[in-house]
Design a protein around this ligand. Structure first.
Ligand code: DAH
Length: 340
């Protein structure tokens, strides 16, 4: 049995030394060490040995197995290395292959529109104020003349963080936040751009969107100042031949209040699909700041008056670029974004 083991070792090592590729080495492994391999067969016969011989032969068998395994491992790594070198010498690098182009990013269409609108208002002497997106009930509602159970709150169903703390439903909270800090300073000319949140989700509503609030407080501010300012802004935004139209409306924090339409930028007022054949597109809410709102935030409504307006930024972007589904603005699909 000892001789048999020695000759298995010799045979195996000899075969390994002349093997010339990985599959041959693998065959050798199966032939000697596999389930039906030669060494395995010998080991099966060990039961017939005497108790003295068994440990001696067992140890030898282990040595034989280990030396065969070691040789196989070594041979394989030599062959693998050789194969890699051969592959490298076959492959050549084509230095004329063009590189992958860098994709250059650009501003999101909403950012473009937002920046344009800010520029227009800066040009008119407004300052920019940013106020918190996580807002307390007081600035989002109370200070804007929405009492606790006022039905107008239903139009702005929101996401509450905790009782009395919510994701703001509009940027109108910019009014009391800024007034409170600056009263009784005049003239106050402020815009407050930013994200707002509502429980809404369809082709023209997203649970997160952007608004720009704007307001002026000074002596003798009248409704005609509101109308004149909005006309200038709309014309800078959509072109010099635009008209605006004001319709009576209701907001708790303005009195009187209006919805403001712009003559349709697609059909110029003739009537088309975009304006539902009315010739007009609604773009903002506005009005004269309610005396209660002025009073609550430290201004005397007998001394000063003011106007305010709120503009939807997505709405403007959709009109300017002819986008028919607002959700496209938030999908982050490069094929869409690359068009602007
Ligand atoms: N905050 C209103 C909204 O989100 C928009 C608005 C309407 C703002 C009239 C105003 C305003 O400042 O005067 O629906």
């Amino acid at each position: 049995m000892r001789q048999k083991l020695e000759s298995i070792r010799n045979d195996a090592l000899k075969e390994i030394s002349v093997a010339s590729d990985l599959s041959q080495v693998n065959d050798i492994r199966v032939k000697f060490l596999g389930k039906k391999g030669e060494l395995t067969n010998v080991l099966r016969g060990m039961g017939a040995l005497s108790a003295d011989e068994r440990p001696v032969i067992g140890q030898l068998a282990n040595e034989v197995r280990e030396s065969i395994e070691r040789e196989i491992e070594q041979k394989m790594s030599v062959l693998r290395e050789a194969e890699k070198l051969a592959q490298l010498s076959r492959e050549t690098i084509d230095v004329t292959l063009p590189g992958r182009p860098f994709q250059i990013g650009k501003r999101h269409p909403l950012t473009v529109v937002l920046d344009e609108i800010k520029e227009i208002f800066l040009g008119l002497g407004f300052e920019i104020a940013e106020t918190p997106e996580v807002e307390v009930d007081y600035y989002n509602f109370e200070a804007l003349n929405f009492p606790a159970d006022h039905p107008a709150r239903d139009m702005q169903d929101s996401f509450y963080i905790s009782p009395g703390v919510l994701l703001r439903t509009h940027t109108s909270g910019t009014q009391p936040r800024v007034m409170e800090k600056r009263a009784p300073y005049i003239p106050l000319k402020v815009i407050g751009p930013g994200r707002v949140y509502r429980r809404d989700d369809d082709a023209t509503h997203s649970p997160m969107f952007h608004q720009i609030e704007g307001f002026i407080i000074d002596k003798n501010i009248s409704f005609s100042d509101l109308k004149g300012t909005l006309l200038v802004v709309v014309r800078q935004m959509f072109g010099e031949d635009r008209q605006i139209r004001l319709r009576p409306s209701f907001f708790p924090f303005t009195e009187p209040s209006a919805e403001v339409d712009v003559s349709c930028i697609m059909c110029n007022g003739a009537g088309c699909r975009v304006c539902s054949n009315t010739g007009w597109l609604e773009i903002l809410g506005a009005g004269m700041i309610h005396p209660n709102v002025l009073k609550m935030s430290g201004y005397d409504p007998e001394e000063v008056t003011g106007f305010a307006f709120g503009l939807g930024v997505e709405r403007v972007a959709m009109l300017k670029y002819g986008i028919d589904d607002l959700r496209l603005l938030f999908d982050n699909d490069k094929r869409f974004l690359a068009q602007f």
